[in-house]
Design a protein around this ligand. Structure first.
Ligand code: UDP
Length: 377
């Protein structure tokens, strides 16, 4: 007797948990599928509260500690460990999301084990393999090993087709980050930011490898200038656990009266903070996608982005990491109501909140037509 097709969802980091939780839930809601969730451990403690928030339980934990492994060795070691897990779980399809070590290792393990791999958030490209590094390289490798490609936007689909991916293997779904965001924004209501007391709030984050060092110093100096220039503004910065970040942020911004350097927030608290903010300054991929959907102008502190759709729509702006440019662009939004309203009109080029059900439908079709698996295991 053939057994129920098993779909394995792999989750490594915080953003993967946020973006895969809606997929796991939508798949679980489909009859005739057996859903297994595996954490690689890449972001350790940051992942569990997110899975709890969405009501997703992890069945396996590889406890892979990326920070304890030399960078050049991480993908290989994790892929060996994943290959071992695949031999035990024996899925009909594996899904992973995004551009991290966990994703590239999953794609490699699937290819090596002959298991089909579906890539969620496929086709994002900066066009430069070295920036952001290693994310762009991870995305390209994942795409070239994937059997199914869930592209968030038509532009992502086009990127894949330019690289020779069969158009029938691509489905434009929207980004599942918007599914997660809209359901969470409804649940948190208007919780606000503790201590804001009616002041305008700049919500800041930075964590990318290519922001470390001098660029991060520049970002911090820009925020210090904004703090001094706008006495009715508080700056809230949930500092990412990457060890290269807190010392710099504390040194430049630590003593300032209206700067709150806090621990990373739970996802629901972060969504509440975005809703209550005036302006978002970030180098994050996910936050670039979320802020416009909440009607918050976002200044992207990077030199290029693989998510240009919001920039084309005028609800996000690429400002680089030069402190003068960051100060100029933020000041413009904090002083001109017209400039602010133009960017705060709210647009969601990355999704409509229904990406996960579209993915689940396609997955059901894919594993339904795949070879029936023997009943053992
Ligand atoms: N986020 C969070 N708590 C925080 C900061 C961010 O839950 O303190 C969420 C945010 O809503 C977004 C995701 O984490 O969905 C972005 O993660 P990150 O910036 O670490 O990674 P990236 O998106 O750049 O890969």
């Amino acid at each position: 007797m053939a057994r129920t097709p098993r779909v394995l969802c792999v989750i490594g980091t915080r953003p993967e948990a946020i973006k895969m939780a809606p997929v796991a839930l939508a798949l679980t809601a489909k009859p005739g599928l057996d859903i297994v969730v595996l954490k690689t451990g890449q972001h350790g403690d940051l992942v569990d509260p997110i899975l709890d928030w969405f009501g997703v339980a992890a069945d396996h934990d590889l406890r892979f500690m990326e920070r304890l492994v030399p960078f050049a060795d991480a993908a290989r070691r994790l892929s060996e460990s994943l290959a071992g897990a695949l031999a035990v779980i024996r899925p009909a399809l594996v899904l992973a999301q995004g551009d991290t070590t966990s994703v590239v290792a999953t794609a490699l393990a699937c290819a090596g084990s002959g298991v089909p791999f579906g890539h969620v958030e496929a086709g994002l490209r900066s066009g430069n393999l070295k920036s952001p590094f290693p994310e762009e390289a991870n995305r390209v490798v994942a795409s070239h090993l994937a059997d199914l490609h869930f592209a968030p936007t038509p532009r992502a689909r086009l990127n894949l087709m330019r690289e020779g991916v069969d158009q029938h293997a691509i489905l434009v779904t929207g980004n599942t980050v918007i599914d997660a965001l809209l359901s969470t924004a409804r649940r948190v209501g208007s919780a606000g930011i503790a201590g804001a007391r009616g002041r305008r709030v700049i919500l800041a984050t930075a964590h990318r490898r290519d922001s470390l060092g001098e660029p991060l110093e520049g970002i911090c100096r820009a925020l210090a200038t904004l703090h001094d220039r706008f006495p009715d503004v508080i700056i809230v910065w949930p500092v990412h656990p990457n060890p290269g970040i807190r010392p710099v942020v504390e040194r430049v911004l630590g003593g300032l009266e209206r700067v709150r350097l806090i621990q990373p927030l739970d996802y629901e608290s972060f969504v509440a903070a975005m809703k209550a903010s005036t302006l978002v300054l970030t180098d994050s991929g996910g936050i670039q996608e979320e802020a416009p959907a909440l009607g918050k102008p976002v200044l992207v502190m990077r030199e290029e982005t693989e998510r240009p759709e919001a920039i084309f729509q005028g609800v996000a702006r690429l400002v680089g990491r030069d402190p003068e440019r960051i100060v100029l662009e933020a000041s413009r939004l904090l002083t001109s109501a017209d400039a602010y309203n133009e960017m705060a009109r709210g647009a969601s080029p990355y999704g409509d909140g229904k990406a996960a059900p579209r993915i689940a439908e396609r997955v059901r079709g894919f594993v339904g037509t795949a070879r029936a698996l023997p009943a053992t295991g």
